[in-house]
Design a protein. Structure first.
Lengths: 89, 519
């Protein structure tokens, strides 16, 4: 088992994304350092469009995460509704 | 009455396919092999380019939109920083020396990457790989520009940043990053992606951009942290291109495995050696610290890199040959590099210094096994010497490793009291190396590395003086002549931070007495 991670700039755009990730992935842990929030999760982590939309109260295009994304690890599976990171071992 | 039927939009996957693969065609007037001649000679066998997967399904249209947004946000911060004299809000003027190294040694690599990806973005037969490489080429040019714009504000107030393009092609330690990238982009297209996208971006780049940029934020440099994270957000795509390329090559043909493994061995080590500069920046050049090099190595290299190599094991890939030595090096390289630059600071256009007591205590805490026994005594000795007016400057030139071009400052694996030397002969000439791994890299392609432009050799051969210089003249000072050729302003750009113009100016601007705490 290995961790996947994703990190965002610490700002207002990323706050609802982080909230949504932590709500949808109870096994995920977030760590703050100056300017940065990093989320680690064993094996898999999923970002769901619907959860973000519920938090922000408007439509959201998942590719908007590019604007405040800093880095990530793991294989990506992306479509209109979800963005998943995972390892295959 | 007709009901209006709204046409359903394509889903992300189909939209992406239509906008990338759908734009590709096979040539008919000329055979495809002649139009794309470069992606076969390295020996990598590809049977079906359609199997290339594009993990980020970003179309060009979406790419321009999001990149435009990133730029607007970034330039708002850069403007605000300049308008509010942000340079006065940084923790300490010593911090700016990390930016000097960045603009001297890292920013030019962004431009090299731009050129490299423009090349492979033309040369791959597969449309998926071409599109990804083209986007990256544009990204890299953006990084070069935004870094130059952000740091140019500091250039108005501090020394050591005024001739960076000129220095990149001449100054001794800048041949380390320069030769790294020239080695990469003079390779074939698959090796280039393995070198830059996989080994550098996927395995190592987090070490540069994440903890170091967080450090910039911690030191009050809002402008740098913003360009750093803005660049790094593109990096997520770049890293993904690296891992996709590796997986694709491995799945296409079993014959590809040994070639890829050799490239990984080579480029992991080349990248690791290059990052020595970053290790030193993190442990010594950030007055307020976030994370030690060792901690960053454990988190991003051992943690994430470890997971990655476990994942690739199913293809028969093992961790790179130099992995264990690199992991041992996490306790040493930042200290060894800082000592080297402290020694040769008369010839380097940025400042060095001996850390203060609080900083030494931090290093002891972060490096409990090595700092007090090996590195603290040396720094304390240098400080004592400096206090009695004998600041040590080494006036000789160091021996360089032919492969990584770093001075011989690294120690033997298993014995940190002994400098590691390796050598080999090729066509009657002797070549020197810092490690078994740099020696192995040379041994595989001696024809390439015998052409290395080694700054120390060039100085000794008389190639680093301005035209008209006469070294046979009485009282000739070779170091001064080399600095003149570099166009380094002696007494402004170089020497210790203590007593420097940067230090004096910064204290004056801030109204400090120069004894630490303001107010």
């Amino acid at each position: 088992m290995s961790n996947v991670f994703i990190a965002f700039q610490s700002n207002e755009d990323s706050r609802p994304i982080i909230e949504a990730i932590l709500a949808d992935n109870p096994h995920a842990v977030s760590v703050h350092s100056p300017g940065l929030i990093k989320i680690d999760a064993p094996d898999e982590l999923c970002i769901k469009r619907a959860t973000i939309e519920e938090i922000i109260g408007r439509r959201y295009d998942l590719q908007e995460i590019h604007v405040s994304l800093v880095t990530l690890s793991g294989y990506i599976d992306e479509d209109d509704d979800q963005f998943t990171l995972s390892w295959k071992h | 009455m007709d009901t209006r039927v709204s046409k359903k939009k394509l889903g992300l996957k189909d939209r992406y396919t239509a906008m990338t693969r759908g734009l590709h065609w096979d040539t008919t007037y000329q055979p495809m092999d002649k139009v794309f001649p470069y992606d076969t000679y390295e020996g990598i066998k590809i049977h079906d380019w359609d199997k290339w997967e594009d993990p980020f399904r970003l179309t060009m249209e979406a790419y321009w939109k999001y990149q435009g947004e990133k730029e607007k946000k970034l330039y708002a911060v850069i403007d605000a920083f300049a308008q509010n004299n942000g340079q006065l809000g940084i923790s300490d003027a010593r911090y700016v020396n990390a930016l000097k190294l960045f603009i001297q040694g890292v920013t030019p690599l962004e431009y090299y990457a731009h050129r490299g990806f423009a090349h492979v973005g033309r040369q791959f037969t597969g449309a998926g790989a071409r599109v990804a490489a083209q986007m990256q080429s544009v990204d890299e040019l953006r990084h070069y520009q935004t870094e130059t714009h952000a740091i140019s504000h500091y250039n108005k107030y501090f020394n050591g940043m005024h001739h960076t393009s000129h220095w990149f092609d001449r100054v001794w330690y800048l041949s380390v990053p320069k030769s790294f990238f020239e080695d990469a982009y003079s390779s074939g297209p698959f090796e280039f992606l393995t070198a830059v996208s996989f080994s550098f971006e996927y395995v190592l780049t987090n070490l540069l951009f994440v903890p170091f940029m967080s450090g910039a934020a911690h030191n009050g440099d809002m402008s740098t942290v913003t360009f750093g994270f803005s660049a790094q957000s593109d990096e997520s795509r770049h890293m993904t291109l690296g891992i996709e390329c590796i997986k694709f090559m491995l799945e296409q043909d079993p014959d590809n495995l040994p070639i890829i493994q050799r490239w990984m061995d080579k480029w992991f080590w080349r990248g690791y050696r290059l990052l020595t500069l970053v290790a030193m920046m993190q442990d010594y050049m950030l007055p307020k610290r976030v994370m030690s090099w060792k901690e960053a190595w454990e988190m991003y290299a051992e943690g994430s890199g470890g997971a990655l190599f476990k994942d690739l094991a199913r293809y028969g890939i093992r961790e790179p040959k130099g992995w264990k030595d690199a992991c041992e090096g996490k306790d040493h390289i930042s200290h060894q590099a800082w000592n080297t630059f402290y020694n040769y600071n008369a010839a380097a256009p940025f400042h060095t210094w001996v850390p203060d007591d609080e900083e030494l205590a931090w290093l002891t805490e972060k490096y409990p096994e090595t700092f007090d026994s090996l590195y603290r005594p040396r720094l304390q000795y240098l400080r004592e010497q400096q206090a009695i007016g004998k600041r040590f400057y080494n006036n000789t030139l160091p021996m360089l490793c032919t492969t990584c071009q770093i001075p011989m400052c690294f120690t033997e694996p298993g014995d940190a009291t002994k400098i590691a030397y390796r050598e080999t002969e090729h066509l009657g000439d002797k070549y020197h190396f810092c490690s078994d791994h740099c020696k192995d890299i040379f041994a595989h392609e001696p024809e390439k590395y015998v052409q290395s432009w080694l700054p120390v050799h060039q100085i000794y051969q008389g190639n680093c003086f301005k035209p008209g210089t006469d070294p046979s003249q009485a009282g000739f000072d070779p170091l001064a002549a080399v600095m003149d050729y570099y166009e380094v302003k002696v007494g402004e750009d170089n020497f210790d931070f203590e007593g420097s113009q940067d230090q004096k100016n910064f204290n004056e601007w801030r109204g400090d007495d120069g004894l630490g705490e303001d107010e």
